[in-house]
Design a protein. Structure first.
Length: 68
């Protein structure tokens, strides 16, 4: 899981990119964000990488659950 709460873009996208690279593009990834820009940018990046993203609203932000 990538916890990017409290961070502004582009840091959450960079964290996700590093996570995918270090884990050899896993079949699934879970990302936590707490601002709209990060939610949109991380979702767009994951979709560009071929992942299908489910966005779940939570009290402290969003969970982005992505899978191939």
């Amino acid at each position: 899981m990538v916890d990017a709460r409290g961070l502004s873009c582009p840091e959450p996208v960079i964290m996700v990119k590093k996570f995918l690279k270090s884990n050899n593009n896993p079949k699934s990834v879970h990302v936590r964000v707490d601002n709209v820009a990060s939610k949109e940018n991380v979702t767009r990046y994951l979709e560009a990488m071929g992942y299908k993203v489910e966005i779940i609203k939570e009290d402290d932000g969003w969970s982005l659950k992505a899978g191939l």
